[in-house]
Ligand binder design. Structure first.
Ligand SMILES: Cc1cc2nc3c(=O)[nH]c(=O)nc-3n(C[C@H](O)[C@H](O)[C@H](O)COP(=O)(O)O)c2cc1C
Length: 148
């Protein structure tokens, strides 16, 4: 059994619903999953003791990528979160009409790699909440589970 931390930043609940569904699927596979709001956790050693950390964050910029408000302080302190050697994957709900569709996913993967993490699944980028594309959510969760 592996222990997975799922941290989300979500303003209208879409990314939160993906986080919760992924957590359910991970638990259904016999692992432990803790789902937490980025606004309610401190970055320091956040991922210590977990086999993997999944990060979900929506984007709110126009031309530039702007990370969701609750997630941004965590992202800015990512170097304190204990990511070196950690298994990581990223997900987001977004809107394809924006320049940086689910842009936080790429930013999280890039920064996590810089900090020595291993990205274990292709980032999930989708529109709407978890019910809008259950197959995509399931495929993401299964890819994570396979690499735990
Ligand atoms: C002003 C504004 C800027 C946005 N910028 C982006 C963006 O850069 N990339 C993107 O994929 N979606 C963008 N969106 C869409 C939201 O990220 C999308 O509605 C998402 O599902 C919200 O997820 P959340 O409920 O988890 O916060 C933007 C929406 C607004 C209103």
């Amino acid at each position: 059994m592996s222990k997975v931390l799922i941290v989300y930043g979500s303003s209208t609940g879409n990314t939160q619903s993906i986080a919760e569904k992924v957590g359910e699927l991970i638990r259904a596979a016999g692992h432990e999953a803790n789902v937490v709001n980025a606004g309610e956790v401190a970055p320091d050693n956040l991922t210590e003791g977990y086999d993997a950390a999944l990060f979900g964050c929506s984007a709110w910029g126009e031309e530039e990528l702007e990370m969701q408000d609750d997630f941004l302080p965590l992202f800015e302190a990512f170097d304190k979160a204990g990511l070196s050697g950690r298994k990581v994957a990223a997900f987001a709900s977004g809107d394809q009409t924006y320049t940086h569709f689910c842009g936080a996913v790429d930013a999280i993967e890039e920064r996590a790699r810089e900090l020595g993490a291993t990205v274990i699944a292709d980032g999930l980028k989708m529109e709407g909440d978890a019910t809008a594309d259950p197959d995509a959510v399931d495929a993401f969760a299964q890819a994570v589970i396979k690499n735990l």
